[in-house]
Every structure is written in C-alpha cells, then in structure tokens.
Design a protein around this ligand. Sequence first.
Ligand code: NAD
Length: 485
Amino acid sequence: MTPYTELNRQFINGKWIDGSTTAEMQNLNPFTGKVIHELPSASTADVDTAFVAAKQACGSWAVTNPLVRRDLLLNAARIISERQEEFIDWLAKEAGSTYIKGVIEVQQAHDILIEAASFPTRMHGRTMASTIDGKESYVYRKPLGVVSLISPWNFPLYLSMRTIAPALAVGNTMVVKPSAESLVTGGTIIAKLLEEAGFPTGVFNVVVGKSDLIGDYFTGHPISKMVSFTGSTSVGRGIGRIAGENAKKSALELGGNNAFIVLDDADVDQAVAGAIFGRFLHQGQVCMATNRILIHQSIYEEFKTKFVAHARQLPYGDPTDKQTIIGPLIDNKAILRIQSMIDESIKQGAVVETGNLVQGNVLQPTVLSGMTIDMPIFKDEIFGPAVGIMSFATDEEAIALANATDYGLSGALHTRDVYRGMKLARTVETGMIHINDQSDNDEVHAPFGGEKLSGTGRFGGDFILEEMTTVQWVSVAHEPRQYPF
Ligand code: NAD
C-alpha cells in the first residue's frame, strides 16, 4: 500500500491545491520540535470555493441511494483499518500521541464510520394525526445541506470523524477546517481516505488556514447550515455567537473540569487504576479527562499512597516508543500554562507528591495533594499530566465539590453500593458520568456531550443523527377545508 502524499495541501472540489495567501503555516512535531510541513494558509476566497463546491454537490448527494452512501462509509472503515499503522504514525508525529492512544483513536474513527453506515437507512419520518378534519400530516427527515466543522488537535482524527461520518451519512456535504496543529490528522489525511473510498467530488472539502485569517469568515459562511465545533470554551463562545448571528445551527463541544469521586465504600485499587487512566491517557489532553480527584477522608491516605506510586511508574518521553504512556504536550505554551497553574497552587498550599519536572515538551506525571477549591488545579481545566487530590467528609460535600465548577462534561464515581452511586451520580451537573469507571468514555452509539460551559448538543448514535438532520412538516387536506372567512 502506498502511503498518502500531498497531505500539506487543501482538498477542494476534488483537487489538491495550495492555500492562496503568502501567510506561512508551520506544522511541528511536538516531541522533536522539527518542522513537518511549511505551507501557505488558505484565504477567504479558498473558503468560498470550498463552500460553493459543497453546495453544488449537495443536491445529488442528498438523493444518492442510501445503500451507496452506506457502502462508501464501509469502504472508508475498511481502508482506515488497513492503513491503521500509517494513521498511528501520523498521530504520533503530528499530535504527540502514544501508541496506545493512537490505537484507541483509529479504532474510534473506524467505529463511528461503521455506526454512521447504518444512518442512511435510519432516517425515519412520521405520519401524524391532524387536528383539522380531513387532513393528515407527514414529517420528513432531511439533511441540513452543507455542514462546517472546526476540530481540535488533541484527538484530531476521531473528533473530526465523529462529525464527518454522520454528516455525510445522512446526506449533508461538508467543509472542514482542522486545527493548524493537526492539519493532517484532523483534515487532509481524512480527505485522502474519503477520496480513496470513492466519495464523489465536492461532497467533502478541507481548507487549511490560520484562524486569525479565515476563522470568523469560515464560521459565519452563509452557505453553511450548521457549524460543528469542538475546542475550548473561550473560542466556542465566539463560534456560537457568530453562528447565532447568522441563524445557523451550532453544536459546541467545549472544555471540561471533570470530578472523580471515591466514596468511603469504594474498591480503592479499582478506583486508583481508573483514576490513572482517566487522568493520564494522552498525557491528560482530553476534554473528558479526570481533572479533580475527591476522596472520602477515611480512605484518603490509602488512595494517595497507591495513586502516587502508580503515577510515578508511568513511562514518559518519546511517543514513538511503544512503552511510553506520557508523551509530549502539544507545544511549549501548554507546558508554561500548566507550570504556572502548578506554581500558583503550590503557593496556596498544594504539595507535590511526584513529578513536576519538564524535559522539552514532556511534563512528568504530576500529583499534588492538599488541593483546595481556590487553587487553579481545582478551578481550571489542566489539560495535561497533572492532577490534584483532596478529601471530603460526606456524600453531600462530595457532590457540592463536584458541582463547584462552570463546566459539566464528564465524571466518575466509585462505590460498592451501585444504587447509592446512581442516586448521587444523577445529582452531578454533567452530561456524562460513569460509576465504578473513569471519566474518559466515548462509545459511538451513546450520547456524548456536556452541560453548563461544556457545550450544547450530543454526538453518538441516534443523537447525532437528529443533530445532523432537520424535519419538514408536510400536511395534506384530503377534503375541501372550511375557512372562517
Ligand atoms: P481551541 O479552542 O484553541 O481550538 C479549537 C479549534 O478552533 C482549532 O481548530 C482552532 O484552529 C480553531 N479556532 C480557534 N480560533 C478560531 C476562530 N476565531 N474561528 C474559527 N476557528 C478557530 O481548542 P484546542 O486547544 O484545539 O483544544 C483544546 C480544548 O478543546 C480543551 O478545552 C478541550 O477540553 C476542548 N475539547 C473538547 C472536547 C469535547 O468533546 N467537549 C473534545 C476535545 C477537546
């Protein structure tokens, strides 16, 4: 199999073309610091060309036989499996992904393609009674038209694919703007995949550009009917505002500050194992990552000792070494941001139990005890391999602490009494919470999404099928209607 080439170009209307500005973008390897690509940014004219192409392709794609759309998605799923190692290499090179994370991400991308392949034959409408005598109502489910996507760099392949596969499956066409830090794995390699799978010209387009040059223009583009955004809450608020001003639908999947609660009757070893995975997968750069660990005071010391010992053993360094668990952060800015959160928390009394050493863009797994609610490690999304732990006295206190945040994405709760766990879990203000597990869960058929400042909308299964479609009410008068005047 020949590896994909031209991944440093845009894919617009079935052609591989360079961005048409002189503004240069650099794609960097976050571990080595080496330049992978230097390329010119897209212009607003490139954005226009991509949206026009998507609009032209819309009509015929929407009425393409559902089984044809299904088979194209299944082709893409087959190819991504065949090219798994190539995709994993790119995730390591461009996004600093460890091998384990790469395997998980490619599998997820594959699985959402398979899930979405069933959507073309699941676009159900309804017939409804009418409150007017002699009339009948039909509800037709239809694609939206052109959907735009802005995706982040942390799980770029999957977080792009979770919009792309459902959107195309239900008959939309697309324009995608990947993150500059993951322009290949969030954009151009997906275009190669869909091109190889046989998707028709114009159905899928990728523009690669600097957000300060094309961001607002892309978000507000009049041809697009919906913007799907995954990224930070600060940027997401601006995206939502622009979408609203243009009467465009938006799905916003934003940041998280997820609590991991360990009740007094928990299986401590299982809780420790879960918290390690929940915090340190992809060096903590996951929106659902475990950000705050809250432990009942009766088991605090036992949990702390075991958790710190486990964190200390996690291998860190080169993401291309298959043993590595903690690879690099995306860039030096991330290192500086997290170090400042840790320093400020230490000033406020947090104690470093392990870690807090930096080599290049790699931060050793770091655990801080004695966390309090005013510390940055409690209040803010860390998005890195550092975490604070603190104790609580009662169930009520644990829930109050978990809810003491503007975010509401995911969470976890450990107890041997599942009924007690379910009752408490339902009082946590979060879109997702997992009992006797950890916060990093995404199943392609389950409702994924947040409350509060973690966003709006749900991905997964029927939920994303609805999000990516609209309905039309068509009523029929079978008898001449009597009007009052
Ligand atoms: P970010 O908000 O900085 O960037 C996200 C995307 O928006 C990137 O593609 C970026 O190029 C683009 N962008 C930035 N400014 C823009 C503008 N003005 N107009 C248009 N596009 C613009 O986020 P990030 O650093 O890439 O990702 C990390 C954040 O994403 C974290 O807060 C994390 O929690 C969140 N996230 C959320 C989810 C979720 O499903 N809820 C998943 C992954 C990441």
